[in-house]
Write a protein that binds this ligand. Structure first.
Ligand code: ADP
Ligand code: MG
Length: 313
């Protein structure tokens, strides 16, 4: 449904995008994850035809956005970072205005009423936009993107500035919309992407630095990663024993928790639980507790953007 090939974009001297490629099938939700300035909005602006790339191509349902922007744009609903709302209009008037601008071929009143119902803004339809809360304004922006029910929805940081309750509602709405639409959404917040998307692309400094299925990327490692341990016995000796175990990369002492027992976090490249058990059982020390620490994608994400891992394809 969406094919992005080798997109690059330079603003004056600043290379904002560097050879971005990805594809998205119909009905999928792709999350664009990256810190501020990573290039998320630039990519979305190019995909939606609001900005031209220097190199590369974008196809929406087989239509090239650069070659046939009018036809391609018809297939896209876009919620930019700053929704283009006309603050002095009522919600209803604004949506009617956008409906005409987009030349939607549907019965106008019914269509707008249906969308308002869907994004739950029916009760504020006659209110002036500037008097609405941030959450409502965001939903009006979403309503605007939905006009004409385009096949593709591009949502740039759709939950920024919303309160937790509103965030939950918008997420649910986006998931519901994915039944009928192919969606790309961006966020600098991992939990956001994790909660909604099937696929994740992590970008930083204009480059894709990781990609995968959300389920795979958020897997918590029980075989590798971190273990929390409580071991009864002499601290220095236990530390030395743990450090010597094959595969252990780091032993962090976290202090005494009960008299004579100390807490440790062990980081490892593979599953070292059995090796630890065997090593400790050769002494007269005792393992009082051993529990894998789930490695959250949050950790992975932070590690990725600080360590700049290579593109994983
Ligand atoms: P994100 O949406 O991930 O925060 P952006 O796509 O907005 O990132 O920005 C990517 C990079 O391009 C940043 O370094 C930003 O400063 C720069 N940039 C964005 N828009 C412009 C512009 N209109 N002119 C010059 N530089 C820009
Ligand atoms: Mg942005």
């Amino acid at each position: 449904m969406i094919k992005v090939r080798n997109l690059s974009k330079t603003y004056v001297k600043n290379k904002a995008l560097d050879n971005i490629s990805f594809t998205l099938e119909e009905g999928e939700i792709l999350g664009f994850l990256g810190p501020n300035g990573a290039g998320k909005s630039t990519t979305m602006n190019i995909i939606t035809g609001y900005l031209s790339g220097d190199e590369g191509s974008v196809e929406i349902d087989g239509v090239n956005i650069m070659e046939d922007p009018v036809r391609a744009k018809k297939k896209i609903g876009y919620l930019p970072e700053q929704p283009p709302l006309y603050n002095d209009m009522t919600v209803q008037k604004y949506l009617e205005f956008m409906f005409r601008l987009k030349k939607v071929r549907k019965p106008m009143k019914e269509h707008i009423a249906e969308i308002c119902e869907m994004v739950k803004i029916t009760d504020v339809c006659e209110r002036i936009i500037k008097h609405l809360s941030k959450g409502y304004r965001q939903r009006v922006g979403l309503a605007q993107a939905l006009l004409g029910y385009p096949q593709v929805l591009i949502l740039d940081e759709p939950t920024v500035g919303l309160d937790p309750q509103q965030i939950i509602e918008i997420r649910k709405l986006i998931r519901d919309l994915s039944k009928e639409h192919t969606i790309i959404l961006s966020s600098h917040v991992l939990s956001e992407i994790q909660a909604v998307c099937d696929k994740i692309i992590v970008i930083n400094h204009g480059k894709i630095i990781a990609r995968g299925l959300t389920a795979e990327m958020t897997q918590t490692g029980d075989s590798t990663g971190k273990l929390d341990l409580i071991i009864e016995g002499r601290r220095q000796t236990v530390n030395a024993l743990l450090s010597k175990i094959d595969g252990v990369t780091k032993v962090i002492e976290k202090g005494e928790c009960e008299k004579g027992s100390y807490e440790y976090t062990v980081e490892s490249k593979r599953d070292v639980r059995r090796l630890i058990f065997r090593a400790i059982s050769k002494t007269d020390f005792s393992i009082l507790s051993m529990s894998p620490v789930g490695v959250s994608l949050e950790d992975t994400y932070l590690r990725i953007i600080s360590g700049e891992s290579e593109e994983a394809e």
